[in-house]
Design a protein around this ligand. Structure first.
Ligand code: NAP
Length: 259
């Protein structure tokens, strides 16, 4: 069977303003897709538009969205112009970690931000988008997993918990969609060098840089490549789960630091 073509397909990526989401936008552009991109920093999305069109995107539409705001998500999706409503691929990428503290020393507002973004935000976006996919009888949902969903690490407590939740939501959704042609994939990565650690440590660049010291991390392009691969398999193939790490990482806890 031939690969699933993304030419002119509508690909909706949340959190497309940085890191893996931005790399996905470039990778799907190269496949000739129509890109629907959302994040809070809409100025960043706007600054990507020309490059994405040059890279092969059939069209680009960007909009500001905070996935934590359920009403705003519903409004934004319901308000899409007709030519952008029939989403073929949803990449639930928006996500973040905050802090690396022992549970009893952690900040409840950090927990709320992670749960509201990584779990509830993913649900607020998925509900209307998947409902449309079911109606049209086509679609693919890709959720961003992590090595953190397989095995927790010290101080990772709530972040790892949110990613474990994503894993089971993903499994449940795949079962709910049995009998439809809609595919569901969980693409999980280990350490990827993005703004992730800077966000986790609230702008402390020095601390963030140490995370990737003496190690060759994955690049956001590596993850985007795996996501595009999963989505372009022939329609009868559902890649349920990908877990990828740099060669210097075995799991959440074991690294090969060259120093
Ligand atoms: P990143 O460079 O910090 O990018 C995160 C993206 O999420 C940004 O575009 C950000 O955009 C968006 N975002 C955050 N909160 C949002 C909200 N409330 N509403 C809308 N968008 C929001 O981090 P990344 O590494 O690319 O992370 C992307 C995904 O991969 C996350 O789900 C993360 O958990 C997962 N992941 C990362 C790694 C890693 O090592 N980096 C490993 C495994 C999995 P705005 O700030 O503009 O809204």
């Amino acid at each position: 069977m031939s690969k699933y073509s993304l030419k002119d397909r509508i690909v909706f990526i949340t959190g497309a303003s940085a890191g893996i989401g931005a790399a996905c936008a470039r990778a799907f552009a190269a496949e000739g897709a129509r890109l629907l991109l959302a994040a809070r920093r809409v100025d960043r999305l706007e600054s990507m538009e020309v490059d994405l069109l040059e890279a092969g995107a059939a069209a680009v539409h960007v909009f500001a969205l905070d996935v934590r705001d359920r009403a705003a998500v519903e409004r934004a999706l319901a308000g899409l112009r007709a030519e952008w409503r029939e989403i073929d691929v949803l990449v639930n990428n928006a996500g973040l970690s905050r802090g690396l503290d022992k549970l009893w020393q952690g900040q409840p507002q950090d927990w709320e931000e992670m749960i509201d973004t990584n779990v509830k935000g993913l649900l607020w976006v998925s509900r209307p988008v998947v409902a449309g996919m079911v109606e049209r009888g086509r679609g693919h949902v890709v959720n961003l997993g992590s090595t953190a969903q397989e095995l927790a690490y010290p101080g990772g407590n709530v972040y790892c918990g949110t990613k474990a939740a994503v894993k089971l939501i993903n499994d449940g959704l795949r079962q709910d969609l049995m009998g439809t042609p809609i595919r569901v994939s969980d693409v999980g990565a280990g350490m990827v060098e993005t703004e992730f650690s800077e966000v986790r440590f609230r702008g402390d660049k020095e601390r963030a840089a140490k995370v990737y010291q003496n190690i060759t991390p994955l690049t956001p392009e590596d993850v985007a490549d795996a996501i595009v691969w999963a989505v372009t398999r022939p329609p009868h193939v559902n890649v349920a789960h990908i877990l990828m790490t740099t060669i210097d990482q075995a799991n959440s806890l074991v690294f090969n630091r060259k120093s």
